[in-house]
Design a protein around this ligand. Structure first.
Ligand SMILES: [Zn+2]
Length: 396
């Protein structure tokens, strides 16, 4: 089995402080040893020089939509498009993510399960790509957020049936919509959509089949409905209040903030995005950042996610979310943990996301020290090398 020693620079292992002048020994697809570089002074095998840089775990993005490329109007960009072409876009977006240091993604809403064969091909190693978890169709109420491309279901029985359909089709997790959102016309992000009973029925059905669940939840009432139902992660969490915060802390519910989503809409407000999307983004932007700060200050579990695929929120730029979180007061080391060990924890990829013996060698080598300057890891121009399952990532 080929062994490679990465040495010369520093290591961030995904959980602790920066390890100065440490080396990492990889054998095949697995990390064998992490230790001060002098331990390997007699090592004769293949080396990768990490001098002046930091080796860290590959990044996991817990909220992407691989069927979209970040068009101004993502949904219409796939309307009437040949399913084969959509499938190729999914693969393209997945590989673009991997090239950019994103070694795992959680797809939170696709199109007619076209993302599933790409997931299987990447996870099995048939194609080079990140580890992919996928929810299948978003489950939403009649007229609710996501109703133009999700699985519409009303009432507890129908919600349960919709969950079973996703599981039967091969979903890894269930995505269920608790509130209105920014991207759907004629709905308010503030309003609860599914009732507490419907939400409980859906989440419980997912749990019966050992699936985690993620809820698009922006307004406080919808967040509470999802948290009380036992949801694994709250996506966005924009109008979180003290009651939501307390309930999430008590149950250990993850928050996946996706600050990049609203940020990129506002940065491109004049680039063809529908007026109602821009208006709602302006309405929620400050509150979103406040909720993030409140949850972070309380010590809540924040897993990095971007909502990549939404307008101008590009696959391949995912790591910038760490910089947005730091802009909102998170320390760089906590942003790095959020994007590595915490995010892999939410995805239950228990042998990835840390640079420790026994973990799979999904690695990102960056210039400089990202614990001092998050842009070293967040801006891909500072990335030097991506390693997936022990292999250097190279695309033609
Ligand atoms: Zn989303």
């Amino acid at each position: 089995m080929t062994a490679i020693l990465y040495s010369g620079g520093d290591v961030f292992d995904g959980t602790g402080d920066l390890l100065k002048d440490h080396a990492v020994l990889v054998e095949g697809d697995t990390i064998k040893d992490v230790a001060p570089a002098e331990k390997f002074s007699d090592y004769q095998g293949e080396r990768v020089d990490t001098s002046g840089g930091t080796l860290m775990p590959g990044i996991a993005d817990c909220h992407v939509h691989l069927v979209y490329k970040g068009e101004a109007d993502p949904r219409s960009s796939i309307e009437g498009v040949n399913p084969g072409e959509i499938t190729l876009r999914v693969l393209e977006n997945a590989q673009l993510s991997l090239k950019s240091g994103i070694t795992a993604v959680r797809d939170c809403g696709g199109r007619e399960y076209l993302e599933f064969p790409v997931r299987d091909a990447c996870n099995s190693g048939r194609f080079f790509g990140p580890n992919i978890m996928a929810s299948g169709k978003m489950i939403c109420m009649t007229g609710g957020h996501g109703n133009r491309n999700g699985r519409i279901a009303d009432g507890c029985d129908e919600v349960i049936k919709a969950v079973r359909e996703q599981i039967h089709a091969g979903s890894d997790l269930i995505k269920i919509m608790a509130t209105g959102g920014v991207m759907t016309p004629r709905v308010n992000p503030e309003d609860a959509h599914y009732s507490a009973e419907e939400m409980h029925a859906g989440v419980n059905e997912a749990r019966r089949f050992h699936k985690t669940s993620a809820s698009h939840a922006q307004g406080a009432e919808g967040i509470m409905n999802a948290v009380k139902a036992g949801i694994t992660s709250i996506e966005h969490g924009i109008f979180m209040d003290q009651e939501c915060l307390d309930a999430m802390m008590e149950r250990g519910t993850f928050l996946v903030p996706t600050l990049a989503a609203v940020q990129n809409i506002l940065n491109n407000a004049d680039n063809g995005i529908a007026d109602y999307v821009v208006e709602k983004s302006r309405r929620v932007f400050e509150k979103h950042k406040e909720s993030f700060k409140m949850f972070y200050k309380a010590g809540g579990k924040i897993a990095m996610g971007t909502d990549a695929g939404t307008p101008f929120n590009l696959h391949g730029e995912n790591a910038m979310e760490m910089a947005y979180m730091v802009d909102c007061g998170m320390t760089p080391i906590d942003a790095l943990k959020s994007a590595t060990s915490v995010a892999h924890g939410l995805m239950e990829l228990d042998d990835r996301g840390q640079v420790k013996p026994g973990f799979k060698a999904d690695l990102l080598i960056v210039s400089g020290n990202p614990v001092d300057d998050i842009l070293m890891a967040a801006a891909k121009k500072n990335h030097r090398m991506v390693v997936k399952n022990g292999q250097k990532v190279e695309f033609p």
